[in-house]
Each structure stands twice: as C-alpha cells, then as structure tokens.
Design a protein around this ligand. Sequence first.
Ligand SMILES: *[C@@H]1O[C@H](CO)[C@@H](O)[C@H](O)[C@H]1NC(C)=O
Ligand SMILES: *[C@@H]1O[C@H](CO)[C@@H](O)[C@H](O)[C@H]1NC(C)=O
Ligand SMILES: *[C@@H]1O[C@H](CO)[C@@H](O)[C@H](O)[C@H]1NC(C)=O
Ligand SMILES: *[C@@H]1O[C@H](CO)[C@@H](O)[C@H](O)[C@H]1NC(C)=O
Length: 475
Amino acid sequence: MSLSLLFTTVFKHFTEGPPVKSWSLKFHLAVAMIKYNINIWILPNEKQIEEPVKTPPNIIIKEVILDEQYRQKSILHLEKVLKKYEDVLDEKWKEPKDRIYGEWVYMKEEEESENNEMDKVVLHLHGGAYCIGSAKFSRNFTFEYAKHAKARVFSTDYRLAPQNQFPASLCDSVAAYLYLINPESDAGFKPINPKRIVIMGESAGGGLTLATLLFLRDAGLPLPGGAVVLSPWVDLTHSMPSFWDPEFKKVDIIGERINIRPSTPLADEFIANTKTLSDKIAQKKPNIVGHPSFTEVPRVQLYCANEALAIPYVSPMLAESLGDLPPILCQTGGLERLRDEAILFSHKAAHPHEYQVPSYATKNFEKSPFKNPTKVILEVYDDMPHVWHMYLFSKPSQVAIERCGDFIKRVTSIEDNNTSIIDLTKEDVVSPSISISPSFIAMRVSVDGENKELNETDRDCLKWDKIGIVPKEVI
Ligand SMILES: *[C@@H]1O[C@H](CO)[C@@H](O)[C@H](O)[C@H]1NC(C)=O
Ligand SMILES: *[C@@H]1O[C@H](CO)[C@@H](O)[C@H](O)[C@H]1NC(C)=O
Ligand SMILES: *[C@@H]1O[C@H](CO)[C@@H](O)[C@H](O)[C@H]1NC(C)=O
Ligand SMILES: *[C@@H]1O[C@H](CO)[C@@H](O)[C@H](O)[C@H]1NC(C)=O
C-alpha cells in the first residue's frame, strides 16, 4: 500500500472520529486499518509473504507436516458422504499437490507444571474467506486460545480457493482431526480422546468448523467434545438482511467479495477451471437441493460453483437439520454483516423442529436421523464488527476470549464421555434475567461484558422470508 494513501486513510478516520459511540479512538483506528487492508484484498495476495507474528517466550510452537495417509483416509470418508453432490464439484480436490502443514501451540508453563491441564486439544481452523490466511498468520489468536483454555492448540492449514475448490478445505480439516484421534506411533502424542477435542475457528474458519462437525456427524465418525465459532460464515448465499444493511456496511470490516487481479496466471487458471466445471454441471443437469436464484446470477463465490452453495458443508446454516451436534459456543458482533446468519444458525441447531428453514433445504427434515437439539450458547456482542477478538487491547475482545476458554474447559472436563450431561445453565456468566432452555442460551453482551436478553432486532432475522435465496445484490 502506498504510504500517502495510508496516511490519507488514517487521517480521514482520525478527523472523522469513531462511527460508533462506544468505540475508543484506538479501537476505531484499528478497525479502520483492517477495513482498509481488507478492501484492497485482491488475489494473488502479497500480504501472505509478510512475517508471521513474533512468538512470546512463554509459548512453544511445534511445526508438523501431516503424513499423507490422513488425507487419503479423509478422501475415502468424503467420497461416501459427498457422492450425491459430485455432479457440482470440481474433482481436483482428490489430487492434492502439497502436504498439510499444522502446528502445535501451547504454554511452556503448562507443560512444566505438575498438574497441567493440557489434556485437552483445540483444533484450530483459521479465517480468510477460504481464500487467504494460514495457521502461522493466526498465531495472535492461537496464543490467546492456548492461554485461556489451558489447552494444546493444533492449528492447521487447509487448501485454499480459488486454486482449490470445495471440498478440498473440508478434506484437510477432517484429515487433521483424524490425525489427532489416531496419530502414527512416532507422532509424539497418544491418540486424543475425541471428547477432549474442541474444534474452533474465526469467520470462514468458523464456517469450516461447523461444516466439519456436520460432516463427522453424517459420516458416523466420533464427534468432538464441542465447537467454538467466532463470527462464523455459514451462509454463502449471502441471503440474510444484516449482510446488506447499509449501516453495517459502514461499520463492519468485511466487503462483499475478494477479487482476482485480471490477466494474471491465477485469473486465467480460475476462468478455465470455472468453465470446465460449469460445462460439466450443464451436461449432468444435477438435481440437488438449491433455489432457482442460484443460477440467475454470475458465480457468487471463488470457493464453489453456485449450484453447490446449499450443500450443508458449504453453508451450514442451510443444512436440513443441525441437531445432534456437540455443544457449540457461537459469538457474533452486533454490528457485523454476518450477524443474522450466526443467530439463525444457533436457533436452528438448538431447536431443529421449530426452525426448518429454508424450506427447500429442509424438505427431508422428517427423514433426518439427527433431530435432537444441539446445545448452543449464542452471544451477540453490542457494537462489535467482524472478529473483534483481534483487537486484543479492548474489553469486548478480552471478555469474548475468556468465555471461549471457559467453554472449552467445561465441555472437555466431563468424566465419562457423555456430553448429554453438560448443563448449559451452570454457565456462571448467565444472569437470572436471561431466559434459558435446556438446549439454548442466547444473550446480548454489552461492551462492559454485562449480559442482557436478545431483543426484537436480533430475532427479526428468524422471520426473514428470503432465507437461502441468493439476492440480486451479489452481482
Ligand atoms: C498481533 O498482535 C500484535 C500485538 O498485539 C500486533 O502488533 C500485530 O500487528 C498483530 N499481528 C497480526 C497479524 O494481527
Ligand atoms: C472415553 O472415550 C475414550 C476414547 O474413545 C476411551 O479411551 C475412554 O476409555 C472412554 N472413557 C470412559 C469413561 O468411557
Ligand atoms: C448420558 O447422560 C444422560 C443424562 O444423565 C443419560 O440419560 C444417558 O443415558 C447417558 N448416556 C450414556 C451413553 O451413558
Ligand atoms: C437491541 O439491542 C441493540 C444493542 O443494544 C440496539 O442497538 C437495538 O436498538 C435494540 N433493539 C430494540 C428493538 O430494542
């Protein structure tokens, strides 16, 4: 970025002041910097070459290249479960060109202490719209998770779009999970009890976390102890009202899409691949769930064909049922464009019978073997933009990350692997004014960390009549 442009941007934000009353000037400038950087995100992305975050002396990092056997096992599971979608998928996901990089991140003093609590593992999936990011560039997050959850964090890379289309990402996240529960003998750790694993991610990493959870459920694989998703992206149709709210657009950091710089090898490759895939789809005339609006617009995402948008492992919010999943903590910002999808996702998971939307995706709900409520804690943070956790100096970031740590400790501390005994109402942060059900606690969290009830504004999206319909605005 040019220095004068940067200066102009910062100066403009400095003189205009924060757009939200509760934001400090520091918070405002930090958000403005991220927003500026994201708005010029164009692939290929030079920012990836930047230095990763410095490692503090009390953190240990161990780098790992996963043996290819895990991806091969994962491919076998995916082939079975994704068979009904194969007509709309780019087959190249089965021919990985690289190996999976992952890294262990944990606190030195935990390892050294007598009664270390590190018997739990966080499998971390980074954010970046499925197109950018990596385990190394997410260390600001993983250091915090290791500290607050007193856990070993295993943060893994996964193949990114547009070079790799869905389900390459899912294939790799499942491979990393298989590695944790069944490592080879010289991996340096014993098989981890699935119930001691919490899968966790921010933004697209949150979406991939929930996709992985759904996939493990549907494939009949052992489920982890829980999941934590921060500002998860779960609706790739961009159908929810908050995504298009002009007020949120002003405040939130994310734009509508990531672009590819034209006339580059990446652009040429993408165009060629897109054409091959759409020719294949046209020829197969697939009959998978979706809405006519999907094919009335040009390609919406770099990640998959429009015909694939409603696959539950692409848009978990659109799954026919989100029941029978491990306990989930879902945190979203009150002023973020992805807010409504997180709210609807949480309601659908906690009350599968009540929220059978969109109708086209849930027409098979009655036949779904997964209809029991999933335990969910939904937290909507007042005034917060997308993944505010990254502003570590701010109170709402500290509150949110602390609650992630508490949740991870709680769901992994049960004795007999029986997650159904986890009682959400024991959550000490829940004040008596919050109405709770055995499967669901939903609350607003103020900038000071006080809990309140969700209000009508939050619940409006549950009545939205265009859930899972691609809006014309996406063009
Ligand atoms: C990580 O955090 C440090 C200190 O809070 C900050 O200076 C740095 O910019 C952050 N890096 C990234 C990649 O966010
Ligand atoms: C819990 O599950 C793990 C892994 O499947 C197993 O090793 C352990 O014995 C189980 N614990 C109990 C109390 O059933
Ligand atoms: C798990 O706990 C619940 C509630 O206490 C109980 O009803 C259920 O039978 C238990 N399941 C197993 C497999 O032990
Ligand atoms: C709901 O709460 C948010 C945040 O406090 C507020 O901005 C909004 O106006 C409230 N809506 C209603 C209907 O009270």
